[in-house]
Design a protein around this ligand. Structure first.
Ligand SMILES: N[C@@H](CCC(=O)N[C@@H](CS)C(=O)NCC(=O)O)C(=O)O
Length: 205
C-alpha cells in the first residue's frame, strides 16, 4: 500500500501515526494537493490528502475512512473493544477531528491578503478550539490514556489535533488545560509521534 500525503497534513498524520503504531507496510509518497499539476485529483476526486492506494487504481480517501481501514486491515485494532469504550473513543475522535478542521479553517483564512481577511472567521474558529480544549480538560479522567488502559484511536486523534494547534496556531492552550497538557506530553513522546512531527517543528517546552 501507498499513502499519498504531505509531511505537514494533520489528516495524513493520523494515518502515519497509526501505520507506525501497527508497523504496517505502507510507503509514504509525498504528494502536494495544491499545485495545478498535482497527482492528487487523479487519485481522489476531491483533490485532498491523505489518499491510500490499496492496489493500482484503487484508492481510499477521507482520513477517518483511511484510519478505519488501516485499523482493521491487519494486526490488532487500536479501537476500544467494549461498547461504552468504543463510543467514548468516538467522542474523543470527533473532538480531535473538529479541532483539526478549525485550525485548518484559521490557516486558510489567515492566508488571504490582509484586506480580504475576515477577522470574525478567525475569532469563531479560535473560540471553537478554546471550547474543545476546555471540553477535553473537563472530560479527561486522568491516567496515561483517554479510554481504558491502552493507547487507542482516541489518544491518536486528539494527540495529533493538539499538536497541530501547536504547529499552526501556537498559543498557550496548556494554561487552561493542565491535565490534558500532561496527558498530551506523554502521548507525543511515543515514537510514532516523534517520527511524524512536521519538518522543522520545535515542540513548546
Ligand atoms: N476531510 C478530509 C480533509 C483533508 C484535507 O483537507 N487535507 C488538506 C491537507 S491538510 C488538503 O488536501 N487540502 C487541499 C485542498 O483543500 O485543496 C479528510 O479528513 O481527509
Amino acid at each position: 500500500m501507498k499513502l499519498y500525503a504531505t509531511p505537514t497534513s494533520p489528516y495524513a498524520r493520523k494515518a502515519r501515526v497509526l501505520i507506525h503504531e501497527k508497523k504496517l507496510d505502507v510507503d509514504f509518497v509525498q504528494a502536494d494537493p495544491w499545485p495545478e499539476d498535482s497527482v492528487v485529483p487523479h487519485k481522489n476526486p476531491l483533490g485532498k490528502v491523505p489518499v491510500l492506494e490499496l492496489a493500482p487504481d484503487s484508492f481510499l480517501f477521507e482520513s477517518a475512512l483511511v484510519v478505519h481501514y488501516l485499523d482493521r486491515v491487519e494486526g490488532k485494532s487500536l479501537e476500544a473493544k467494549d461498547a461504552v469504550g468504543y463510543w467514548q473513543s468516538q467522542w474523543w475522535q470527533a473532538l480531535g477531528n473538529g479541532i483539526i478542521d478549525a485550525v485548518i479553517q484559521r490557516v486558510i483564512e489567515g492566508r488571504r491578503p490582509e484586506d480580504k481577511r475576515w477577522d470574525g472567521k478567525l475569532e469563531r474558529e479560535a473560540a471553537r478550539i478554546a471550547r474543545a480544549v476546555a471540553a477535553a480538560e473537563g472530560a479527561y479522567r486522568g491516567g496515561k490514556f483517554l479510554v481504558g488502559d491502552r493507547f487507542t484511536l482516541a489518544d491518536l486523534v486528539l494527540g495529533v489535533a493538539l499538536r497541530y494547534v501547536d504547529f499552526r496556531y501556537p498559543h498557550d492552550w496548556r494554561a487552561g488545560a493542565p491535565n490534558i497538557a500532561r496527558w498530551h506530553e506523554g502521548i507525543t513522546a511515543r515514537p510514532s509521534f516523534v517520527e511524524t512531527e512536521p519538518p522543522g517543528f520545535v515542540a513548546p517546552v
